[in-house]
Design a protein around this ligand. Structure first.
Ligand code: ADP
Ligand code: ZN
Ligand code: ZN
Length: 729
């Protein structure tokens, strides 16, 4: 037989299909093989098996070895990889890699076997008699194993010494066997076995989703309306039909609650896939899914590639979350991939959120998606009351700390009552916007209405969507004040000030610095939920999906910072953040309170978020997007060109820019913006970075861009095509 193989090398130049010969007819598509490539041997994926070779000239080389007993990749994976490659400008090898855990490709992880000792003596009394008088340990070990029947060999060695155990083995009183074991993640998490009766709203949502003919349903349910229970009910039904399910959450390590629920409900039928697992755990969980032993895959975005067959349902929880867009190579959009898989399997997709993304809600309103709504919280619990505090007044009063008088008073009350509080602040690495702390003024781009970003080396303000440059301001043009602030406040500073204010309070901090280790999040959250601390201070990480019953106060320290990120979605992100954060407060019996500190108390986005008025927010936002020409009315396409050699990189930029510019000249009116420039971060990891940035309303223009970029190949220079990226850095 002849096979088409994609060689597993990540270089644009070799992203081609190679033919090999295989002696025998039992080789299948989806298997991994080792093949000769140049003067070396490489791993590859068989994507097609055929009787005749397409290639006629010269010698066809032979497959060196086959790697899988059952093909690692299913037919669906092969097809999906093809589409992903075309849709997201990803090489075929990179697209195929998405379906396999890294450790499997490198062959660094193997199945794990454990040795067991088995009682094997024919007659216990005779065996005991045959042992020497002074062999007390052997006697004890034999007695133990007779009772236990079997035990881990390691455990037996530890208890009675390996000398005694070996002696018993040699006499034939103990037999040793090897068995494969699965390494399981999160074994420390208990199962939560509760059965609940669905509320009327939940039941209606389930029925609505079962009935619809549409592929995708948007489940729009306020925080605490019980969306999880709807997902679990739907998953149960799908399993009962003999199908499988995928449940995606933004960050599995942040939602141990979800794992507890699933284990309680489905026990070992669910497998967890995400990057925080050890290589061994990931390997075993992956094979449990591939072999059909586990039928529910739970995880962050990469779990959308779970090796399941006959998928009946894909749930995307918190669908608005930015993490569903992969921003590093290979770039892909999880929602799009989920829809491909659903179409292939005839499955349904349910995307859920209290604050849907503008794009998704628009599709639901236009009838492309089915819409299911849940407007009530479980047990009619009230949404917490939100108080807006004007920080300009605090500044005028001479309060230069990060805490307003109102927040200090509330914190004191919480501590006195022995309850818990969460303090939340926004922080996003490098982007620095400027705000006047006297009047709340923020400089914006005149053309784009997006906040400007301060660039230190040029001492200038710049717009990341059109490259316009503005002079840095020393004084506020609105009120003349010189009290300007750059960027956000740090978590460390908050903790220090807090400790001074409340010396006896115990405080936990959660941000990128404190959660480097593998289960760092879990540890901090675990301590907090066990009430080992009074106050948790953190960044947007803590906004996601936790359920802390004794939290009665949430303080949002810089409620408007996210409004001023240099991003056309800053309003949307702010609304989402505030709603999610506020949803953390008062989830159990106690009424919760939220304090929102801001320099712009009159801001409409904040007002609507405080009222939990998503629909009005949506109407306002979509009108703004239409007027300013941002997605979903246009697409932002960025071609990022980067490489270590500056001259070569510029050459590639030119090679891409010229044909693109010709396209632009042909239909200028289809563009809100077209230009080429250095990227906002000009150098990263020793690579020079340039970009061609476009904002266009021409449908499917991105495919034209990809076609143009695919034609330019220079060793050592990389080209990315990004569509509506989460950030332009
Ligand atoms: P959401 O994801 O919509 O914010 P959750 O799914 O976290 O809401 O549910 C909020 C709380 O309500 C959880 O503690 C959950 O266990 C509980 N809950 C959900 N459905 C029911 C029900 N039908 N009866 C009782 N409690 C429920
Ligand atoms: Zn001002
Ligand atoms: Zn601009």
């Amino acid at each position: 037989m002849y096979v088409d193989v994609i060689v597993d090398i990540l270089s644009g130049e070799t992203d081609r299909i190679f033919e090999y010969y295989y002696e025998g007819d039992d080789i299948r598509a989806g298997e991994r093989v080792i093949v000769p490539f140049g003067r070396t041997q490489k791993d590859g994926f068989v994507i097609r098996v055929k009787e005749k070779a397409d290639y006629e000239g010269g010698q066809i080389r032979r497959v060196t070895a086959r790697l899988d007993a059952i093909p690692a990749l299913t037919k669906e994976c092969l097809q999906l990889a093809e589409r992903i490659s075309a849709e997201f400008f990803v090489s075929k090898a990179a697209a195929l890699r998405l379906f396999l855990p890294t450790e499997m490709r490198r062959g660094t992880v193997r199945e794990q076997f454990v040795k067991y000792a088995q009682y094997a003596a024919e007659d216990f009394d005779k065996a005991m008699l045959s042992l020497k008088k002074n062999a007390a340990k052997q006697r004890a070990a034999l007695t133990y194993i007779r009772e236990a029947g079997r035990a881990r060999l390691n455990e037996l060695n530890e208890r009675y010494g390996s000398g005694a155990v070996t002696a018993l083995r040699e006499k034939g009183f103990i037999a040793v066997s090897e068995e494969k074991t699965n390494r399981r993640p999160y074994t420390a998490l208990d199962r939560e076995e509760k059965s609940v009766e669905l509320t009327a709203e939940q039941r209606a949502a389930v029925e609505n989703i079962e009935k619809t003919e549409k592929r995708v349903t948007l489940l729009h349910g306020v925080t605490g309306s019980g969306k999880t229970e709807v997902y679990l009910t739907l998953i149960r039904k799908v399993l009962d039909q003999g199908k499988t399910a995928i449940l995606l959450v933004p960050e599995i390590s942040l939602t141990p609650q979800m794992v507890r629920n699933l284990r309680g409900r489905f026990a070992d039928a669910c497998a967890i896939l995400h990057s925080g697992l050890t290589p061994g755990e990931r390997f075993d969980e992956w094979w449990r899914l591939r072999s059909g032993e586990a039928r529910i895959a739970v995880g962050a975005r990469s779990a959308v590639f779970a090796p399941l067959e006959n998928v009946g349902l894909i749930v995307v929880d918190e669908e608005h979350d930015g993490s569903y867009q992969s921003e590093s190579a290979p770039r892909y959009n999880t929602l799009t991939v989920a829809q491909y898989r659903a179409r292939y399997n005839g499955a349904k997709v349910v995307i859920g959120s209290a604050t849907p993304s503008i794009e998704s809600y628009r599709l639901a309103k236009e009838g492309v998606y089915n819409l299911a709504e849940m407007t009530k919280r479980i047990n009619q619990r009230a949404l917490p009351e939100v108080e807006i505090v004007d920080m300009r007044r605090e500044v005028r009063r001479g309060n230069n700390t990060v805490f307003s008088g109102a927040l200090k008073a509330e914190l004191k009350e919480v501590l006195d009552k022995g309850q818990q509080a969460i303090l939340f602040l926004n922080q996003r690495g490098y982007s620095k916007s400027v705000i006047c702390t006297s009047c709340g003024y923020v400089p914006k781009c005149e053309a784009c209405d997006v906040s400007l970003t301060y660039h230190l080396e040029e001492n200038a303000l710049k717009c990341h969507y059109c490259n316009a440059k503005y002079k840095m301001i020393r004084k506020c043009p609105e009120c003349g004040s010189e009290l300007l602030r750059y960027g956000g406040i740090g978590t460390q500073r908050v903790v220090n000030e807090l400790q001074k204010l409340f010396p006896s309070a115990s405080i936990l901090r959660m941000d990128r610095d404190t959660t480097q280790s593998k289960e760092g999040h879990l540890k901090i959250l675990g301590e907090f939920s066990k009430k080992k601390a009074d106050i948790l201070v953190g960044t947007q990480m803590i906004a996601k999906g936790h359920d802390f019953p004794s939290v009665t106060l949430v303080g949002i320290l810089d409620g408007d910072m996210s409004l001023h990120f240099a991003d056309y979605r800053s309003g949307e992100r702010t609304f989402q953040l505030l709603t999610q954060v506020a949803g953390r407060s008062g989830r159990a019996g106690e009424a919760g309170k939220v304090i929102l500190q801001t320099y712009q108390p009159e801001n409409q986005v904040l007002r609507l978020a405080v009222q939990y008025n998503y629909k009005e927010f949506y109407e306002r936002e979509i009108a703004l997007r239409r007027a300013t020409g941002f997605p979903p009315f246009t697409e932002i396409i960025r071609v990022l060109v980067f490489g270590e050699d500056d001259a070569k990189t510029r050459e590639v930029l030119r090679a891409v820019y010229e044909p693109l510019h010709a396209e632009y000249e042909k239909q200028t009116e289809g563009f809100r913006y077209f230009g080429s420039m250095k990227a906002p971060i000009k150098r990263l990891n020793n690579k020079f970075r340039y970009q061609v940035l476009m904002r266009t309303s021409i449908r499917n223009f991105r495919y034209r861009v990809m076609e143009i970029c695919a034609n330019v190949k220079v060793r050592g220079v990389y080209v990315n095509v990004e569509v509506n990226p989460n950030n332009l850095t």
